[in-house]
Design a protein around this ligand. Structure first.
Ligand SMILES: [Zn+2]
Ligand SMILES: [Zn+2]
Length: 438
């Protein structure tokens, strides 16, 4: 028996409905804010990620799915979404179309990480990029959008953490002070941090080991080293957040390790899963387009892991939206079944989730199946009832059963305004009868 590959998984119903809900909410909200979808290929030339993510990162050095195709070209399954979007933006000269490009993406990414709970080698991200401007007003709008998006999903307890990491002009002075300070405190740091303080000192700042925290607290803060342009950018950004009434916390230790990241950086966390849990991370990357060999293009964006968001939603008892039938059709007899196919067609064309089984059943067997499927209503009719134009509508939750007459269907069809489910079923039934003459 062939099984799925370690580190991958099937997303099955009913959980898949929750995935759709998150994806649909993202599409709807991002599009309301003027973002348009971009779909880039699943594989790209390896060089794109080596340059765009950084050759000395864990992702590029250890985790990429890289292979040679038959032309001996090195290809890589995309481990993240920003480099491909920026590549597409440069390749198709999207900056000439409008002043800025607002693009979003969603889909699978691939990294060969050690499998553990909630970590997959094929995982899924939703992200967006604003390309072509370094105006901090854009950053504030994106953060407003993200808070709204999470609120709509029911994630209320969210905290926005922000920082500025300066630019290539002012960050080197900070790094020098940081290295010097780390050298003095080295003995008090964990082995990982001892190593990082040589190789990538910025990463010491996000060490989670308890015993490292006092030393980290006393390290120099990048905010003391920002040059006047970076300081002005950060202050404007905070001002725009405040005027949009977006709450935030400044966290001086919030940094990103890669050179092309500049100025604004942020995370949105939620207290749901144990301690602080990062749901979304992002920032400004004004140097990325040039690192990819394109013209200078300012950029700001974010990415979120769908698996992480799903864990939070499920942890809070968000059951997947069950796609149970709204009405179960229970025809009794062969001719009634034929009519039922027309009723089902009409119900479905009019937005009602309708279930019609293919096997002949007794009334008892119909109702047992309707119950098992969790249907809200059952519509029962045999040939005699069809002749008279009468139908039995049973509300499955309380067992209440009423007879629908042609008059009642007519009244429902003539009613206006927002219809409840029962009225919608009656309207569709009326429409089926008048369209197909039964
Ligand atoms: Zn600067
Ligand atoms: Zn440490």
């Amino acid at each position: 028996m062939i099984k799925s590959i370690k580190g991958t998984r099937d997303i099955l119903p009913p959980e898949s409905a929750l995935w759709s809900r998150v994806e649909n909410t993202a599409r709807e909200i991002f599009e309301r804010y003027g973002f348009a979808e971009v779909r880039t290929p699943i594989f790209e030339s390896t060089e794109l990620f080596a340059r765009g993510v950084g050759a000395d990162t864990d992702i590029v050095s250890k985790e990429m799915y890289t292979f040679e195709d038959r032309d001996e070209r090195s290809l890589t399954l995309r481990p993240e979404g920003t480099a491909p979007v920026v590549r597409a933006h440069i390749e198709h000269r999207l900056q000439q179309e409008t002043s800025i490009a607002k693009l979003y993406y969603l889909g699978p990414m691939f990294r060969r990480e050690r499998p553990q709970k909630g970590r997959y080698r094929q995982f899924h991200q939703i992200g967006a990029e604003v390309l072509g401007s370094d105006n901090p007003a854009i950053e504030a709008e994106v953060l407003e959008m993200l808070q709204f998006f999470l609120r709509l999903l029911g994630i209320q307890d969210q905290t926005l953490l922000v920082n500025s990491i300066g630019c290539p002009a002012c960050r080197p002075q900070f790094l020098e002070h940081l290295k010097r300070s780390l050298a003095e405190k080295k003995t008090g740091l964990c082995p990982d941090c001892q190593r990082r303080s040589e190789t990538n000192p910025l990463r010491v700042l996000d060490c989670k080991v308890e015993s490292c925290q006092p030393a980290i607290e006393s390290l120099p803060k990048i905010s003391d080293f920002l040059d006047s342009a970076c300081r002005a950018h950060f202050e404007k950004f905070l001002g725009y957040l405040a005027s949009r009434q977006v709450a935030f916390t400044i966290v001086p230790r919030l940094v990103r390790g890669l050179d092309y990241y500049t100025r604004t950086t942020f995370e949105i966390t939620s207290g749901a899963l144990g301690a602080q849990n990062t749901l979304i991370g992002g920032g400004r990357y004004d140097g990325l387009a040039e690192a990819l060999g394109g013209p200078s293009t300012k950029g700001f964006g974010f990415a979120l892991g769908l698996e992480r968001i799903l864990l939070v939603l499920q942890d809070r008892g968000n059951p997947p939206d069950p796609l149970t039938p709204q009405v179960y059709l229970a025809p009794l007899g062969e001719r009634a079944f034929d009519t039922a196919t027309l009723i089902a067609k009409c119900m479905r064309e009019n937005g009602i989730r309708c279930f019609l089984d293919f096997d002949a059943r007794s009334l008892k067997s119909h109702l047992r199946l309707a119950n098992k499927l969790g249907s809200l209503y059952a519509l029962i009719f045999g040939e005699v009832e069809l002749q008279a134009g009468n139908y039995q509508l049973k509300q499955m939750t309380n067992g209440e059963q009423t007879t629908l007459t042609p008059d009642e269907l007519m009244r429902a069809a003539e009613s206006s305004g927002q219809a409840d489910l029962r009225t919608s079923i009656l309207k569709a039934l009326f429409l089926a009868r008048s369209t197909y003459h039964f």
